[in-house]
Every structure is written in structure tokens, then in C-alpha cells.
Design a protein around this ligand. Structure first.
Ligand code: BG6
Length: 495
């Protein structure tokens, strides 16, 4: 059987900070993305800052897997003379009707997008949300509903409000839990009947890296990371509770950045390393959000590193009572871990490992693994026994547009064909309950890792360059027609 179930949720995914734009319109306050410059494959992005006491300004490099060094007293801010890709992004804010019509034409059943928290609460402490912000997303959800497209809404996708950074030290502060739950409760109430699939924190485990971007903490120490994680877990549990109380139809998923990990050789040292990295980079986050319990290896790590798990009365019960309803994850490829001399470092969304000599990679070093999604689904379902949702998968490419506005992206079609086939096997051969699939960046948007425009993922080309110049006109790529056929045939026609 080479088909997907009739109710499979085919779609695509985006995030406000990379797609929405309108960064200072509709009363929205700044996020950390709004102070992050563009970079490239070889040049890291930077966060711009000021030290208010001295007036000194400067930049700090984005560090995947490393510590970002900010001078004492530095506060991120927008500075003249820099280009910030999130400000316009690819302007969903003004193009949402046109974009949703394109998604509908492809036959989308679902569309993943995120809500920018400071669009709803420009003042995080206020008791009154912004009507203009609420109305914008309501209009978007109604437009989606008009075409029968189910919104899949991420509550936090790297849209850390600036106020969180400057006033609270980000998620390291426990007070942020209440602020977030106020926000999630507000949107659950307002969008009752319009949205039923929700995700809490995008790639929650990416807080291992890039802590300013993911949890708003500038000077991350192991203790602060542990606190930030605990606070997001508590906020997740309270969010699940609120979602179910407000509407019994609501389903809340966690969101994990995942990749199956291979030991580079059958040397047990390589296998042990792969196990160790998998536990530390992915599993413990999912263990807490899906089972409500901290795993023993994580508690041992904390003990060894003198990190305190700052649980208060009632926290354990809360975590255990409100696990997430389903597990959603991003998965672009697999990873390799080894202890021997190796053939180089691979690319990937922060989850770098070693190069896999059996796989081909794109210009950014991200490799295509034909069995990746099937292996990922099996590993995650065997462990958590809850429905899965693949909410990011895709391939960035420097697409060329021809004079007659065509994009011949057979490399993307090839990548998707292999990945969709792999998912199909997971469902039909292995019996995995997979709710749906949202291809990352279905309409071209700005890269999170590099801030570039030229690293394009979409079925739809957006006319904009790396400096934000262009008409923002939309053009259908070859993959647009291919995905439409795929959806129409319930995933059977992948030619
Ligand atoms: C994921 C993020 O890590 O990878 C997305 O959730 C991101 O926000 C995606 O865009 C692809 O990464 P990049 O760096 O190519 O944009």
C-alpha cells in the first residue's frame, strides 16, 4: 500500500519571525529576532546591542553549539546601518490572502504558523491584550478556515519578546511562566472554534544552543539553562491544562528538533557516544513533556555539574498531570557521532555531527537520508506511544528563477519524494500513527540559521534578495505542481 490515510494532514510550515514581517506594525513590540542581523553560510548572524549606561554599541555573533558572549550591561536593540531580515521577512502580514489562496490551490489540509507573542501582548505585564494583534491572527485563521485548511499554531517559535530579555533574564525567571500562560489562555479563548492544533515551544531542545534566541537568556550558565527548561516545562503543562479546559477539542503538541543518530562505526565507543548525545540533545526534553518525568541520566548530569533542579511544591504533580497530547518534530536529516578520525563536520540546524559518506548534501552541508523519517518515527513512537506530527522537513537551495519566472527545482522534488516515501513506510509497514506533515518554508522565507533569503525552501518563490530588495511577487515553482499532485493522490503519485 503506497497511500496515506484520507485524513492525513498534508501541509507546510512557517514562523512569524521568518515570514510575517510587519515588525513594528499593528502595535507589535520587538522580539529578539528583530535585533538579529543577516549572515551567510560562512558569516554568522549577529545580535546588535547597546550598553545604556555608556552608550557603547556593538554586535555579538550567533553561536550554534557555543556560548554567545555579551558585555556586561548589554541590551539588544535595533541599530542604524544594519539589515534585520525579520523586519519585512517575506511579508505574510500584507500578503496573507494571496499566500493562503496558493496553499489552497496545492490542496493543503493544514498550515503551520506561529503567533508573535508581542503582537498580542506588546506590554507583557498588561492585563489587556492588543485587539489589533488578536484581530490580525483571527483574520488569518478565518481565511484558512474558508478553504478548509486546519491551522497548526506554534505559540513560541523564536519570537522571544524583548521585554523578556531586558526585564526578566528570559525564561530563567519563574515569573515568565505566568506571563506565558496568560498569553496562551488569551489566544485559546479568542480562537476557540477556529484553531484546535497547537504547539508549545518550537524545537524546545534548541535551548541547548542559541539561548538568547530560544529562551531570551544572554549569559547562559548551566544553572540558568536548567531553570529555563524547567520553566518552559511548567508553562507547557499549564498550557495543556488551559487548552483542554477552554475547549475539549484542543490538542497540544510538544515540538522537538530531532534527528536519528548513527554511530560512525560499530565500535561500541561510537555507539555509546551516539546514545549519550541523543539523550542529552533530544530525549530528555521529550521525556519530561511526554511523560512528565525527568529521566535518571539528566538528574545525574545535574548532580555531577552542581546544577539544582529547582522544583517547588506541586511542580512534579503538575508535570505528570499534563503531558502533551502528541509529539511533533522537525527532522531534516540524520546525524553521525563518532570517536575516530573523521571526514569532516556536517551541516544541520544546530545539531551538527559528522559527515555521512553515504549521503549527498546541499550547499549548506545538510544531507538527504532516504530512511530518516521512518527511523525517526519508529524511535519516537516506540519511546512515547503517542501520535506524531512531522512539522518541519525540507531542503534549502539557492533556487534560480528563469526570465519567464519559472523555477525548476527537481532537487527539492527528489528530496521530498524520498522523505514522503519514508513516511509512507512508517505508516504502512510499521503502523506509526502519524497525524500529518508540514514541509518547512512552503512559501519562501528567511533562513533562521543564516538570515539569508537565498537559502530557499518553498513551493512558491518570493522575489526578494539577501538585503530585502525585490517586488515580493510570488511565483510557483515546479515543486508546487508536484506537491499538488502528491496531495491529490493521497501521497501515491510521487512522479
Ligand atoms: C528549524 C527551525 O530549526 O530549521 C526553523 O525551526 C528553521 O525556524 C529551519 O528555519 C531551517 O533552518 P534554516 O537555518 O535553514 O532556516
Amino acid at each position: 500500500m503506497n497511500k496515506f490515510p484520507k485524513d492525513f494532514l498534508w501541509g507546510g510550515a512557517t514562523a512569524a519571525n521568518q515570514y510575517e514581517g510587519g515588525y513594528n506594525e499593528g502595535g507589535k513590540a520587538l522580539t529578539i529576532s528583530d535585533v538579529t542581523t543577516a549572515g551567510s553560510h560562512t558569516k554568522p548572524r549577529e545580535i546588535t546591542w547597546i550598553i545604556p549606561e555608556t552608550g557603547e554599541t556593538g554586535t555579538t555573533k550567533f553561536a550554534f553549539g557555543g556560548k554567545m558572549e555579551f558585555p556586561k550591561g548589554a541590551v539588544p536593540c535595533v541599530l542604524d546601518g544594519y539589515y534585520y531580515p525579520s523586519h519585512q521577512a517575506t511579508d505574510f502580514y500584507h500578503h496573507y490572502k494571496e499566500d493562503i489562496a496558493l496553499l489552497a490551490e496545492m490542496g493543503f489540509k493544514t498550515f503551520r504558523m506561529s503567533i508573535a507573542w508581542p503582537r498580542i501582548y506588546p506590554d507583557l505585564e498588561s492585563d489587556t491584550p492588543s485587539e489589533e494583534g488578536l484581530k490580525f491572527y483571527e483574520d488569518v485563521f478565518k481565511e484558512l478556515n474558508k478553504y478548509g485548511i486546519e491551522p497548526l499554531v506554534t505559540l513560541a517559535h523564536f519570537e522571544i519578546p524583548m521585554e523578556l530579555v531586558t526585564k526578566y533574564d528570559g525564561w530563567a525567571n519563574r515569573k515568565v511562566v505566568d506571563l506565558f500562560v496568560k498569553f496562551s489562555t488569551t489566544v485559546f479563548k479568542r480562537y476557540k472554534g477556529l484553531v484546535k492544533y497547537w504547539l508549545t515551544f518550537n524545537e524546545i531542545n534548541m535551548m541547548e544552543f542559541m539561548t538568547p534566541m530560544t529562551v531570551g537568556v544572554l549569559d547562559a550558565t548551566p544553572q540558568k539553562k536548567a531553570d529555563a527548561a524547567l520553566h518552559q516545562f511548567l508553562a507547557s503543562a499549564l498550557t495543556v491544562k488551559a487548552a483542554h479546559e477552554i475547549d475539549e477539542n484542543n490538542k497540544v503538541g510538544m515540538m522537538l528538533a530531532y534527528q536519528p543518530l548513527y554511530g560512525e562505526t560499530c565500535d561500541p565507543e561510537d555507539q555509546l557516544l551516539a546514545l549519550h548525545v541523543g539523550q542529552r540533545q533530544f530525549y530528555w526534553y521529550a521525556d519530561v513533556q511526554m511523560t512528565g518525568k525527568y529521566p535518571a541520566y539528566k538528574l545525574k548530569d545535574y548532580e555531577r555539574n552542581n546544577v539544582t533542579l529547582n522544583l517547588q511544591d506541586g511542580d512534579k504533580e503538575l508535570l505528570e498531570s499534563y503531558p502533551c497530547d502528541f509529539l511533533s518534530f522537525s527532522c531534516y536529516g540524520s546525524g553521525v557521532q563518532g570517536t575516530h578520525e573523521n571526514g569532516g563536520v556536517a551541516g544541520g540546524n544546530g545539531l551538527m555531527g559528522r559527515k555521512n559518506p553515504y549521503l549527498d548534501a546541499n550547499a549548506w552541508g545538510w544531507a538527504t537520508d532516504p530512511h530518516c523519517l521512518r527511523i525517526a518515527c519508529n524511535q519516537l513512537y516506540d519511546r512515547y506511544h503517542k501520535p506524531l506530527f512531522i512539522v518541519e522537513n525540507g531542503i534549502g537551495w539557492a533556487d534560480e528563477i528563469t526570465e519567464d519566472k519559472q523555477v525548476h527545482d527537481d532537487y527539492r522534488i527528489n528530496y521530498l519524494r524520498l522523505n514522503i516515501k519514508s513516511m509512507c513506510d512508517a505508516i504502512n509497514i510499521d503502523g506509526i500513527p502519524l497525524l500529518g506533515y508540514t514541509m518547512w518554508g512552503c512559501i519562501d522565507l528567511v533562513s533562521a540559521g543564516t538570515g539569508e533569503m537565498k537559502k530557499r525552501y518553498g513551493f512558491v518563490y518570493v522575489d526578494m534578495d539577501d538585503e530585502g530588495n525585490g517586488t515580493l511577487n510570488r511565483y510557483k515553482k515546479d515543486s508546487f505542481y508536484w506537491y499538488k499532485k502528491c496531495i491529490e493522490s493521497d501521497g501515491e503519485n510521487l512522479d
